[in-house]
Write a protein that binds this ligand. Sequence first.
Ligand SMILES: Nc1ncnc2c1ncn2[C@@H]1O[C@H](COP(=O)(O)OP(=O)(O)O)[C@@H](O)[C@H]1O
Ligand SMILES: [Mg+2]
Length: 282
Amino acid sequence: MGYIELNNVSFTYLLAKRPAMENVSLSIEKGKFYAILGANGSGKTTLCNIIRGFIPNFYEGEMTGEVMLEGKPLKDYSMEDLAPKMGYVFQNPFNQITGARDNVFEEIAYGLENFGVPVDEIQRRVERVMEMTNTAYLAEKNPFELSGGQQQRVALASILVLEPDILVIDEPTSQLDPKETERVFDIIRKMKETGKTIILVEHKIELVAEYADHVIVLENGKVIDFGEKHEVLSKLELQDHGIVLPQSVVLADKMRKQGMEIEPKLVTRDELKQELQRKYGR
Ligand SMILES: Nc1ncnc2c1ncn2[C@@H]1O[C@H](COP(=O)(O)OP(=O)(O)O)[C@@H](O)[C@H]1O
Ligand SMILES: [Mg+2]
């Protein structure tokens, strides 16, 4: 039994012609890092919303199948019970901003206030998370007056500060530069090290290859592949489904075609580099 389980879940948004999620079954282990891949419109955000329970709670439509969390149907949890357990960083950071507070510090502190955390602890936790997400210099700013990338970091901070067991994060780096993107992945890695379960939608495949444990591939609302990252990301045929594979996978394939003997299932730069050094001394 998985930590989170989806059993044959389908969902059709109200008035939509076809399901956005179709017969999806997944088992998610506690403490692992899952990356969700798929083209635009393939259902990545829908899947996140289903795992978080926002579907069917806040979206109209027809849902069948069942989601379980720790052996109990997700629908039997109240939203109040789920909130401290499962954090959700929206794809559009603008939607994350509460509008209830007029500076970034208070915005990040907002959730903790709602959970009744003592003031000095709030101060400590917000400061630490601002440091982590490089948002300390924005503390006095109005959250609505930030750039997209800054909003994205504040949105992430406002969830991290709650220290939920499960983090569902939808494209958190889409508006970030490479340096800030690396920082986000580093934060996620640290979260994983503290035992948190991570579910991340992310297009930057090299970083997925490096950091994720498992990969879920969606196409037209269906899971077309799911498994350990080396198994999934080394499948060249995924390219026929519009999935961009890591450079080392593509490169290793070319080298094999030229007669080089290269171990299968190398998905990161370092893995390919080490293999080339080992076999060919370069
Ligand atoms: N609120 C909504 N109402 C109706 N249809 C939606 C809604 N959100 C998404 N969809 C549709 O569901 C499908 C999956 O969308 P989404 O989960 O946002 O995909 P992704 O995140 O992979 O881009 C798309 O066809 C999209 O148009
Ligand atoms: Mg999306």
